[in-house]
Design a protein around this ligand. Structure first.
Ligand SMILES: [Zn+2]
Length: 130
């Protein structure tokens, strides 16, 4: 028997509502995880992984998520969004020769974007939607 349980999406959503009923913003994903796990704790201990928590927060429609990134020297192309896993859209620019060049990528779901120098997410700020 594991010593903790994995909460359903519904439980996590309900917990997010409670957590944000007393605060406007949470400044990191780790802190949000701690708050949700503390909120869910009863006779049983719950654990929710940070990437899953971020997905549920995105899907909930309750929160705005601000994505802080650092720029790296990496220039490989990107297919999937590092924040939410959605397929990225290429941002292109037309050239005078009738072709197009890729300027970067962006995600329509969570609004992550990157130039050709890869921006790597380092911190998330979660804010209650008005
Ligand atoms: Zn995304």
């Amino acid at each position: 028997m594991p010593e903790y349980r994995v909460p359903s999406e519904e439980l996590v959503k309900a917990s997010l509502v409670r957590v944000f009923s007393t605060r406007h913003a949470v400044n990191s994903q780790r802190q949000l995880k701690r708050l949700v796990e503390k909120d869910l704790k009863s006779k049983e201990t719950y654990r929710v992984g940070e990437p899953r928590l971020r997905q549920i927060a995105l899907d909930s429609g309750l929160l705005d998520i601000e994505i802080h990134c650092r720029e790296t020297e990496e220039r490989r192309s990107l297919v999937r969004c590092p924040v939410c896993g959605e397929r990225l859209r290429r941002v292109r620019n037309m050239t005078v020769f009738g072709g197009s060049v890729t300027l970067g990528y962006r995600c329509d779901r969570c609004r992550y974007w990157t130039g050709l120098r890869r921006r790597v997410p380092t911190r998330y700020v979660f804010t209650r939607r008005p």
